[in-house]
Design a protein around this ligand. Structure first.
Ligand code: SAM
Length: 382
C-alpha cells in the first residue's frame, strides 16, 4: 500500500505502476492542483451560502476528494462518496477511518442512478469521471438543487479542442475547431453543453471559475432555477467564427441565427465552432474570495494555484478568444517582438490587453486583427 498526504489529509491505496483507469483504485497525483482549487471553491461557496453544505463526490476513487472536503472545509454537512467499484469503496472506508472522520456515507451505485435517487439532496455535486462527463450531466441537471454548486471535470480534451471532430459532436453535440485558442473553445463547448442540458429542467448556470490545465478542463457552476431566467440565459449560447487565413474571428449569439460564411477582412471562408457558451466564464468576485481563502488553507500547490487563480481573475472581463503571439508572427512571416511591448502599445492606443492562463503567449484584446498586426509589424521594424 502507498500512503500520500494532500492538504492535511492522508490517503492510502494499492501501489500501481502508472496512472491508469486499470489501477485497482484510481489515484492521480497530477490532479492535486485540481483538488486544491476545489477546496478553495467549495469553501468560498460555503461562506457565500452561510450554512453547512452537503456534498456529493460522485466518482470517489480512493475517496480523496470527499474525504479532503470533510477534513479541510469548514462547516460541511454529510458527505456522500459514491463509486461503482467495490474495491474503491473498501479504500474509501479505510481512508475515512485513517483521517478519523464522521458524517461520510459510502455508496456503490452507477453514478446517474445514484444521483437520480438522491434528487435535491446536495449543495455541491462533484463530477470527476474518467474522460467525458457528458453521460452524467442529464442526471446532474435533474438532481441539482437551486443555488447549488456543480463541479465538472473533463479529461477528453482532444475531443473538446477539436483534434478529433466526431467525438465532440457525439458527446457535446457541438462542432469544435482546432485553432490556437482551442482550449478556450473547449471550455465554452463544455459549458454550453451543461447549460443546454440543465435548461430542460428549467435550470441555468452562472460560471464561478473555469480553467484548462494540462490534460483536463474544470468548471465550477452555480445552478439557478426559473423558466424565464433560463430562457434569457440561453442567449449566451452561440458560435465563434474563425478565419484561418488572416486570423479574424467573430462571435454570434443565438442558436438559429444566420452567420456569414465569408471573412469580412480577407474574403476567405469562415469556419464555425459551436454551439458554445459566449457568456462569462470567470467570476471576478468569487475568484477574488478564493484567493483570500488560500491564506487559511495548507495546500501543497499554493504557488501554482495562485498563479492560475490570479490569471483567471484577470481574465474575468476579457474579450472572447485570444491571439497567440507566435502564431500571429508565423502568419505575418516575421520574428516576434517582445510580448510586453505589444501589450504596452495596445494599451497606449486605448485597447484592452490581458494575459491568459490558457497560454503564456496569449493576448486577449478588443483591438481588430488589422490593428494588432500593424502594431506587431511596427515593433518588429523599430
Ligand atoms: N475523484 C477521484 C480523485 O480525485 O482521485 C478520481 C475518480 S476516477 C477519475 C473515476 C472513478 O469513477 C473510478 O474510481 C471508477 O471506479 C468510477 N466510475 C467509473 N464509472 C462509473 C460510473 N458509471 N458510476 C460510478 N462510478 C464510476
Amino acid at each position: 500500500l502507498v500512503t500520500i498526504t494532500e492538504g492535511t489529509t492522508k490517503i492510502q491505496f494499492p501501489e500501481f505502476d502508472k496512472v491508469s483507469s486499470d489501477a485497482p483504485v484510481f489515484y492521480n497525483p497530477h490532479m492535486e492542483l485540481n483538488r486544491d482549487i476545489s477546496i478553495l471553491a467549495l469553501q468560498t461557496f460555503q461562506k457565500e451560502q452561510n450554512r453547512p453544505i452537503a456534498i456529493c463526490d460522485l466518482f470517489g476513487g480512493s475517496g480523496i476528494r470527499g474525504i479532503r472536503y470533510k477534513n479541510e472545509i469548514d462547516s460541511t454537512d454529510t458527505i456522500s462518496i459514491n463509486d461503482i467499484s467495490e474495491t474503491a469503496n473498501e479504500f474509501e472506508k479505510i481512508n475515512v477511518e485513517l483521517n478519523n472522520l464522521q458524517d461520510i456515507n459510502i455508496y456503490n451505485h452507477e453514478a446517474s442512478a445514484f444521483l437520480r435517487s438522491h434528487r435535491g439532496e446536495f449543495d455541491v455535486i462533484d463530477i470527476d469521471p474518467f474522460g467525458t462527463p457528458s453521460p452524467f450531466l442529464d442526471a446532474a441537471g435533474y438532481c441539482a438543487r437551486k443555488n447549488s454548486l456543480l463541479c465538472v471535470t473533463a479529461t477528453d480534451t482532444s475531443a473538446l479542442c477539436g483534434t478529433y471532430k466526431e467525438p465532440c459532436i457525439r458527446k457535446y453535440n457541438a462542432k469544435p475547431y482546432k485553432s490556437e485558442y482551442c482550449h478556450e473553445t473547449g471550455i465554452r463547448i463544455l459549458t454550453g453543453y451543461v447549460a443546454l442540458t440543465l435548461a430542460k429542467y428549467k435550470k441555468y448556470i452562472e460560471v464561478k471559475l473555469s480553467h484548462s490545465t494540462e490534460h483536463y478542463m474544470r468548471l465550477y457552476l452555480e445552478v439557478k432555477k426559473g423558466s424565464k431566467a433560463t430562457d434569457e440565459s440561453l442567449n449566451n449560447i452561440g458560435y465563434i467564427s474563425h478565419c484561418k487565413h488572416c486570423l479574424y474571428r467573430e462571435t454570434n449569439n443565438g442558436l438559429a441565427t444566420s452567420i456569414q460564411d465569408t471573412c469580412p477582412e480577407c474574403g476567405e471562408k469562415l469556419i464555425h465552432a459551436g454551439p458554445l457558451w459566449l457568456g462569462k466564464i470567470q467570476d471576478e468576485e468569487f475568484i477574488g474570495e478564493m484567493i483570500k481563502e488560500s491564506e487559511n488553507k495548507k495546500l501543497n500547490s499554493k504557488k501554482e494555484l495562485l498563479k492560475l487563480l490570479n490569471s483567471c481573475h484577470g481574465e474575468a472581463n476579457a474579450p472572447i478568444t485570444f491571439y497567440d503571439m507566435h502564431h500571429l508572427c508565423r502568419v505575418l512571416k516575421i520574428s516576434a517582438p517582445k510580448l510586453d511591448l505589444v501589450f504596452d502599445q495596445l494599451k497606449k492606443e486605448g485597447f484592452i490587453a490581458i494575459k491568459s492562463h490558457y497560454n503564456p503567449l496569449a493576448i486577449k484584446t478588443d483591438a481588430p486583427i488589422k490593428k494588432i498586426k500593424s502594431i506587431i509589424i511596427s515593433l518588429n521594424c523599430s
